[in-house]
Design a protein around this ligand. Structure first.
Ligand code: SF4
Ligand code: SF4
Length: 492
């Protein structure tokens, strides 16, 4: 039986003027929502879909990467155990001292926000879903789902397991790749995602899946099996799981800009941690959603997931690679974090885009100039040569010095994101003038380098790089998660 849900009484909607053609669409049920163009990914008209990303890729030179080489895992190895230990000790002392001093941006209150945002209510990401090691689903009398509130603790080994269609005694969900793509986008937005795209795994894009897991070094392999499985040595992705759901979670720009000069504060760091915290829940919910539909949703054992985030984001068309060697989207700039789940639910791949972003980065060097640790490239043209083992070769970009970046986090005591905060694309997407600039960046063919350099300079002239008052953040009226683009806040 279909349960229709209405959005509200027609008269009330009419009284509010929301039934006008130009202001609202009418939905009768979830099928209508999914069939509506608003469930599709509406990009600004000046964002061009392309067959190849704006970043040059040499697939023959690209190999599957050992995720243990990333700086988050191997920083101590890169800087040396002794130095890392010393930096850690000094960091701890500074954290405590600055709390006692009540230093703006580093108070106990600021630290609490950073720590809690990344932590509270979150589940650990896992390959097969957070419930995979729990007991079999046990259907309660009169209930559709296996549910037992007394056993809902995340750490409880007998945590209830969501039921599959087989356990429910119903057929699996079936839809066309287009319908499935719309459905996943609608569901993921509901779970808190911002942008959602899809990549099909082929001989090339499989190279973007890590060869070894970041946390435990288990091999990640593809096999011709029906179900994903895990042993002590490896995690196996079935060949039939050919699609990667790539999505982003937005970061609060009001928060990320509360740094202390060019130094990150605990408050600006809280923008990043909260996005990861929210994403862990969104990933768990997505894996659960797929499981209940009768499909597999596979994730890594860490937030960094099964594959290289910026690469998948570029292939899915969420954005382009920028000078910070991370994805920058036309809508939210770099102010988002990217996550991936591999699935056997057939999806319609989204295409890479060209919105003039990578080209803009050639002449705009704001992030590199403002990086307090000097670890971003100031070369005009991107290059093929990686800076170190933490970079995966095979594409042309501005490779960064990751260990030096991470060392700066220890010195400054907070997760740095100054380059994200100062990026020319880190703006609220509501102002007409910002849209006009983005259109010019995407479309202008008359002396583009000169025009882009002018826009980059104007960014500073208009005060977008100015210091924001850190403590004011605590008194601001912000929307949930601080990510909605609303007028009336300080950065408008
Ligand atoms: S996050 Fe790293 S690269 Fe970015 S500004 Fe800070 S130190 Fe530089
Ligand atoms: S600050 Fe400028 S150069 Fe750096 S990533 Fe943003 S747009 Fe590109």
């Amino acid at each position: 039986m279909r349960h229709h849900s209405t959005v509200g009484k027609k008269e009330r909607i009419s009284a509010l003027g929301l039934d006008r053609e130009d202001t609202a669409e009418k939905f009768n049920d979830l099928d209508d929502v999914m069939a509506s163009p608003s469930a599709e990914w509406k990009r600004p008209w000046w964002v061009r879909e392309v067959t190849k990303p704006t970043m040059d890729i040499d697939w023959d030179a690209t190999e599957r990467f050992d995720a243990r080489k990333i700086q988050q895992v191997s920083w101590k190895k890169y800087v040396g155990e002794e130095k890392a230990k010393e930096l850690g000790k000094r960091r701890e002392e500074k954290v405590r001292q600055w709390m006692i001093e009540k230093r703006s941006g580093y108070t106990l209150r600021d630290r609490a926000l950073d720590i809690a945002g990344a932590q509270a209510g979150s589940v650990d990401t896992s390959f097969l879903g957070s419930w995979a090691k729990t007991a079999e689903a046990t259907k309660n009398e009169g209930e559709m789902f296996a549910r037992d509130a007394s056993r809902s603790k995340l750490t409880d080994p007998a945590r209830p397991k969501p039921m599959s269609p087989e356990e429910l005694g119903v057929p699996c969900y079936e839809g066309t790749p287009q319908e499935n793509s719309r459905m996943i986008r609608s569901a993921l937005r509901h779970f808190g995602a911002s942008q959602v795209g899809y990549v099909e795994l082929n001989d090339y894009t499989k190279k973007l899946i890590y060869a070894e897991d970041a946390m435990d070094g288990k091999r990640i392999e593809f096999e011709n099996v029906d179900k994903a499985y895990e042993t002590k040595e490896k995690r196996v992705i079935p060949e039939k799981a050919k699609w990667v759901i790539v999505f982003s979670v937005q970061m609060s720009e009001e928060l990320i800009k509360r740094k202390s000069g060019l130094m990150p504060s605990a408050l600006s760091a809280a923008a990043t941690g909260a996005a990861y915290g929210q994403a862990r829940n969104a990933i768990d919910q997505l894996q659960c959603f797929l499981h209940v539909l009768g499909y597999q949703g596979l994730m890594g054992t860490w937030f960094n997931g099964l594959g290289i985030a910026p690469a998948f984001a570029v292939m899915a068309g969420l954005g382009e690679i920028g000078r910070i060697n991370r994805m920058i989207s036309p809508e939210h700039g770099p102010l988002q974090r990217v996550f991936k789940v591999v699935t056997d639910l057939p999806l319609e791949p989204t295409k890479p885009i060209d919105a003039g972003i990578m080209n803009f980065c050639r002449t705009c060097k704001v992030c590199a100039d403002e990086c307090p640790a000097d670890c971003l490239s100031k070369e005009t043209e991107p290059y093929w040569e990686p800076k170190g083992p933490w970079n995966n070769p095979g594409h042309k970009t501005w490779y960064e010095d990751s260990p030096t970046c991470r060392t700066w986090w220890a010195v400054s005591t907070a997760g740095c994101s100054t380059c994200f905060a100062v990026c020319a694309f880190s703006k609220k997407n509501i102002s007409v003038i910002h849209d006009l600039v983005k259109i010019a960046i995407a479309k202008n063919r008359i002396l583009p380098d000169k025009v882009n350099a002018f826009f980059a300079k104007m960014d500073g002239v208009f005060g977008y790089q100015d210091q924001r008052n850190i403590d004011d953040w605590w008194g601001m009226e912000l929307p949930p998660r601080g990510t909605k683009n609303v007028k009336g806040t300080q950065l408008d």
